[in-house]
Design a protein around this ligand. Structure first.
Ligand SMILES: [Mn+2]
Length: 279
Protein backbone atom coordinates (compact mmCIF):
# COMPACT_ATOMS: atom_id res chain seq x y z
CA UNK A 1 0.00 0.00 0.00
CA UNK A 2 1.35 3.39 -0.85
CA UNK A 3 0.72 6.35 1.33
CA UNK A 4 0.50 9.81 -0.05
CA UNK A 5 2.51 12.16 2.05
CA UNK A 6 0.44 15.11 2.98
CA UNK A 7 2.17 18.30 2.00
CA UNK A 8 1.72 20.99 4.61
CA UNK A 9 0.27 24.17 3.22
CA UNK A 10 2.97 26.76 3.66
CA UNK A 11 1.35 29.75 5.31
CA UNK A 12 2.52 33.07 4.01
CA UNK A 13 3.79 35.57 6.54
CA UNK A 14 1.36 38.44 7.17
CA UNK A 15 1.69 41.30 4.71
CA UNK A 16 2.84 44.52 6.36
CA UNK A 17 2.11 47.91 4.88
CA UNK A 18 5.42 49.23 6.14
CA UNK A 19 8.33 47.96 8.21
CA UNK A 20 10.96 50.14 9.90
CA UNK A 21 14.37 48.86 11.01
CA UNK A 22 17.45 50.77 12.09
CA UNK A 23 20.77 50.55 13.88
CA UNK A 24 21.82 47.33 12.19
CA UNK A 25 25.54 48.26 12.33
CA UNK A 26 26.53 45.92 9.48
CA UNK A 27 30.31 45.63 9.33
CA UNK A 28 30.73 45.64 13.12
CA UNK A 29 31.11 42.47 15.16
CA UNK A 30 28.14 43.43 17.33
CA UNK A 31 25.58 43.21 14.50
CA UNK A 32 23.15 40.29 14.91
CA UNK A 33 23.16 39.74 11.15
CA UNK A 34 21.99 36.11 11.20
CA UNK A 35 18.84 36.95 13.20
CA UNK A 36 18.15 39.94 10.95
CA UNK A 37 18.62 37.91 7.76
CA UNK A 38 16.10 35.33 9.05
CA UNK A 39 13.67 38.12 10.00
CA UNK A 40 13.96 39.73 6.54
CA UNK A 41 13.52 36.39 4.76
CA UNK A 42 10.16 35.95 6.52
CA UNK A 43 8.96 39.43 5.65
CA UNK A 44 6.31 40.60 3.18
CA UNK A 45 5.89 44.36 3.04
CA UNK A 46 5.01 47.18 0.67
CA UNK A 47 7.64 49.53 1.98
CA UNK A 48 10.76 49.01 4.09
CA UNK A 49 12.34 51.98 5.84
CA UNK A 50 16.01 51.66 6.78
CA UNK A 51 16.15 54.29 9.52
CA UNK A 52 19.91 54.85 9.78
CA UNK A 53 23.10 53.24 11.09
CA UNK A 54 22.55 50.43 8.61
CA UNK A 55 26.23 49.99 7.77
CA UNK A 56 28.62 51.04 10.55
CA UNK A 57 31.12 52.94 8.42
CA UNK A 58 32.56 54.55 11.58
CA UNK A 59 33.38 51.11 13.01
CA UNK A 60 34.75 49.83 9.71
CA UNK A 61 37.05 52.84 9.34
CA UNK A 62 38.37 52.91 12.92
CA UNK A 63 38.37 49.25 13.91
CA UNK A 64 38.61 45.86 12.33
CA UNK A 65 35.64 45.53 10.00
CA UNK A 66 33.63 42.33 10.34
CA UNK A 67 31.90 41.04 7.25
CA UNK A 68 30.71 37.47 7.57
CA UNK A 69 28.39 35.33 5.51
CA UNK A 70 25.42 36.48 7.64
CA UNK A 71 26.19 40.10 6.67
CA UNK A 72 25.96 39.09 3.00
CA UNK A 73 22.68 37.31 3.75
CA UNK A 74 21.23 40.59 5.05
CA UNK A 75 22.17 42.40 1.85
CA UNK A 76 20.78 39.51 -0.24
CA UNK A 77 17.53 39.51 1.76
CA UNK A 78 17.13 43.26 1.18
CA UNK A 79 17.74 42.75 -2.52
CA UNK A 80 15.21 39.88 -2.64
CA UNK A 81 12.57 42.08 -0.95
CA UNK A 82 13.15 44.81 -3.50
CA UNK A 83 12.88 42.29 -6.34
CA UNK A 84 9.61 41.06 -4.82
CA UNK A 85 8.21 44.58 -5.05
CA UNK A 86 9.09 46.17 -1.70
CA UNK A 87 9.97 49.83 -1.95
CA UNK A 88 13.06 50.65 0.14
CA UNK A 89 13.59 54.07 1.69
CA UNK A 90 17.03 54.56 3.24
CA UNK A 91 17.44 57.36 5.79
CA UNK A 92 21.18 57.34 6.72
CA UNK A 93 22.20 57.89 10.36
CA UNK A 94 25.37 59.07 12.07
CA UNK A 95 27.32 55.81 11.69
CA UNK A 96 26.57 55.81 7.94
CA UNK A 97 26.74 59.61 7.68
CA UNK A 98 28.83 59.65 4.42
CA UNK A 99 25.81 58.16 2.64
CA UNK A 100 23.88 61.38 3.43
CA UNK A 101 25.75 62.83 0.46
CA UNK A 102 23.38 60.77 -1.70
CA UNK A 103 20.17 62.02 -0.07
CA UNK A 104 17.68 62.82 -2.80
CA UNK A 105 18.82 59.90 -4.95
CA UNK A 106 15.84 57.99 -6.33
CA UNK A 107 16.25 54.64 -8.08
CA UNK A 108 13.50 52.19 -9.04
CA UNK A 109 11.93 51.08 -5.71
CA UNK A 110 14.83 52.64 -3.76
CA UNK A 111 15.27 56.14 -2.42
CA UNK A 112 17.75 57.80 -0.06
CA UNK A 113 16.32 60.57 2.12
CA UNK A 114 17.66 62.74 4.95
CA UNK A 115 14.21 62.45 6.53
CA UNK A 116 10.78 61.61 5.19
CA UNK A 117 7.09 61.46 6.13
CA UNK A 118 5.28 58.15 6.32
CA UNK A 119 1.49 58.31 6.05
CA UNK A 120 -0.21 55.42 7.84
CA UNK A 121 -3.35 53.73 6.49
CA UNK A 122 -5.41 55.63 9.08
CA UNK A 123 -3.96 58.94 7.89
CA UNK A 124 -1.39 59.69 10.59
CA UNK A 125 1.61 61.56 9.23
CA UNK A 126 4.83 60.35 10.90
CA UNK A 127 8.25 61.95 10.62
CA UNK A 128 10.85 59.27 9.80
CA UNK A 129 14.33 60.30 10.92
CA UNK A 130 17.33 58.50 12.43
CA UNK A 131 17.46 60.72 15.54
CA UNK A 132 21.07 61.88 15.96
CA UNK A 133 19.78 65.42 15.29
CA UNK A 134 18.40 65.32 18.84
CA UNK A 135 21.78 64.68 20.49
CA UNK A 136 22.17 68.44 21.10
CA UNK A 137 18.76 68.58 22.76
CA UNK A 138 19.83 65.80 25.11
CA UNK A 139 22.99 67.77 26.14
CA UNK A 140 25.06 64.95 24.73
CA UNK A 141 28.41 66.47 23.63
CA UNK A 142 30.86 65.03 21.13
CA UNK A 143 33.28 63.95 23.90
CA UNK A 144 30.46 62.15 25.68
CA UNK A 145 29.48 60.64 22.33
CA UNK A 146 32.99 59.23 21.83
CA UNK A 147 33.30 58.08 25.44
CA UNK A 148 29.76 56.72 25.35
CA UNK A 149 30.46 54.80 22.13
CA UNK A 150 33.67 53.34 23.59
CA UNK A 151 31.95 52.23 26.80
CA UNK A 152 28.91 51.00 24.92
CA UNK A 153 31.00 48.78 22.63
CA UNK A 154 32.81 47.36 25.70
CA UNK A 155 29.43 46.48 27.21
CA UNK A 156 28.30 44.95 23.91
CA UNK A 157 31.39 42.73 23.95
CA UNK A 158 30.37 41.57 27.44
CA UNK A 159 26.87 41.06 26.11
CA UNK A 160 28.10 38.82 23.30
CA UNK A 161 30.24 36.67 25.62
CA UNK A 162 27.43 36.36 28.14
CA UNK A 163 24.90 35.32 25.51
CA UNK A 164 27.35 32.86 23.98
CA UNK A 165 27.45 31.12 27.36
CA UNK A 166 23.66 31.45 27.84
CA UNK A 167 23.09 29.86 24.43
CA UNK A 168 25.28 26.88 25.39
CA UNK A 169 23.06 26.37 28.41
CA UNK A 170 19.94 26.64 26.30
CA UNK A 171 18.95 30.00 27.76
CA UNK A 172 17.25 32.66 25.65
CA UNK A 173 18.88 35.89 24.52
CA UNK A 174 19.15 38.52 27.28
CA UNK A 175 20.53 42.02 26.79
CA UNK A 176 23.12 43.06 29.37
CA UNK A 177 23.35 46.53 27.81
CA UNK A 178 19.58 47.00 28.14
CA UNK A 179 19.75 45.84 31.78
CA UNK A 180 22.55 48.32 32.58
CA UNK A 181 20.70 51.17 30.83
CA UNK A 182 17.61 50.49 32.91
CA UNK A 183 19.73 50.60 36.09
CA UNK A 184 21.36 53.90 35.15
CA UNK A 185 19.42 57.07 35.96
CA UNK A 186 21.56 59.08 33.52
CA UNK A 187 20.75 56.70 30.65
CA UNK A 188 17.04 56.84 31.46
CA UNK A 189 17.09 60.66 31.59
CA UNK A 190 18.91 60.74 28.25
CA UNK A 191 16.28 58.46 26.70
CA UNK A 192 13.42 60.60 28.07
CA UNK A 193 15.00 63.81 26.75
CA UNK A 194 15.56 62.17 23.38
CA UNK A 195 11.89 61.13 23.10
CA UNK A 196 10.81 64.64 24.13
CA UNK A 197 13.02 66.22 21.45
CA UNK A 198 11.49 63.87 18.87
CA UNK A 199 7.96 64.77 19.96
CA UNK A 200 8.72 68.48 19.74
CA UNK A 201 10.25 68.15 16.27
CA UNK A 202 7.20 66.24 14.98
CA UNK A 203 4.81 68.79 16.52
CA UNK A 204 6.79 71.74 15.15
CA UNK A 205 6.39 70.25 11.69
CA UNK A 206 2.65 69.83 12.25
CA UNK A 207 2.89 66.02 12.15
CA UNK A 208 1.17 63.28 14.16
CA UNK A 209 4.31 61.60 15.45
CA UNK A 210 7.80 60.32 14.86
CA UNK A 211 9.52 57.06 13.92
CA UNK A 212 13.21 56.99 14.79
CA UNK A 213 16.06 54.81 16.06
CA UNK A 214 19.55 55.87 17.21
CA UNK A 215 19.29 55.29 20.99
CA UNK A 216 18.89 51.49 20.78
CA UNK A 217 15.74 51.47 22.89
CA UNK A 218 12.60 50.22 21.18
CA UNK A 219 9.39 51.99 22.21
CA UNK A 220 5.86 52.61 20.99
CA UNK A 221 3.55 55.01 22.82
CA UNK A 222 1.38 58.05 22.37
CA UNK A 223 1.45 61.31 24.35
CA UNK A 224 -1.06 64.09 23.81
CA UNK A 225 -2.10 62.54 20.51
CA UNK A 226 1.50 62.38 19.24
CA UNK A 227 3.07 59.00 18.39
CA UNK A 228 6.60 58.12 19.50
CA UNK A 229 7.87 54.97 17.82
CA UNK A 230 11.46 53.81 18.13
CA UNK A 231 12.19 50.70 16.08
CA UNK A 232 15.12 49.67 18.34
CA UNK A 233 18.24 48.09 16.88
CA UNK A 234 19.95 44.87 15.77
CA UNK A 235 22.91 44.92 18.15
CA UNK A 236 21.04 44.36 21.43
CA UNK A 237 17.23 44.55 21.33
CA UNK A 238 16.70 42.93 17.86
CA UNK A 239 13.41 44.66 17.09
CA UNK A 240 11.43 46.19 14.23
CA UNK A 241 8.37 48.39 13.88
CA UNK A 242 5.61 47.29 11.50
CA UNK A 243 2.44 48.89 10.19
CA UNK A 244 -0.40 46.59 9.27
CA UNK A 245 -2.77 47.23 6.33
CA UNK A 246 -5.35 48.85 8.68
CA UNK A 247 -2.82 51.23 10.27
CA UNK A 248 -2.11 49.23 13.42
CA UNK A 249 1.46 49.84 14.60
CA UNK A 250 3.28 46.91 16.11
CA UNK A 251 6.69 46.56 17.69
CA UNK A 252 8.10 43.15 16.77
CA UNK A 253 10.87 41.00 18.19
CA UNK A 254 13.23 39.24 15.76
CA UNK A 255 11.14 36.08 16.14
CA UNK A 256 7.99 37.98 15.14
CA UNK A 257 6.46 38.26 18.64
CA UNK A 258 4.51 41.41 19.42
CA UNK A 259 6.20 43.57 22.07
CA UNK A 260 3.80 46.52 21.88
CA UNK A 261 0.79 47.43 19.77
CA UNK A 262 -1.02 50.66 18.91
CA UNK A 263 -4.46 50.37 17.32
CA UNK A 264 -5.36 52.54 14.32
CA UNK A 265 -7.05 55.89 14.76
CA UNK A 266 -10.68 56.10 13.65
CA UNK A 267 -10.88 57.46 10.14
CA UNK A 268 -13.69 59.64 8.84
CA UNK A 269 -13.28 58.50 5.22
CA UNK A 270 -12.81 55.02 3.80
CA UNK A 271 -10.02 56.15 1.50
CA UNK A 272 -6.59 54.72 2.32
CA UNK A 273 -3.95 57.40 1.87
CA UNK A 274 -0.80 57.12 -0.23
CA UNK A 275 2.20 55.67 1.60
CA UNK A 276 4.12 58.92 1.91
CA UNK A 277 4.42 62.55 1.01
CA UNK A 278 7.48 64.65 0.31
CA UNK A 279 9.11 65.72 3.58
MN1 LIG B 1 22.84 56.42 15.51
Amino acid sequence: MTTVASTPVASLPPRRRAVFISDIHLGSKHCHAAELADFLCGLRCDRLYLVGDIVDLWWMASRRATWKEAHNRVVEALHALRRAGTEIVYVPGNHDRPIRRFCGLVLPRMAIRRRTIHVTADGRRLLVVHGDDYDNATHFGSLQEKLGDWLYYRILTGNRLLNFVRQRYGLRYWSLAEFLKRQSGAAERYIARFAQAGFEDAKRRGLDGIVCGHIHRAALFEREGCVYANDGDWVESLTALAEEPDGTLRLLSHTGDTLAVMPPRLRLTSQVPELSRAA
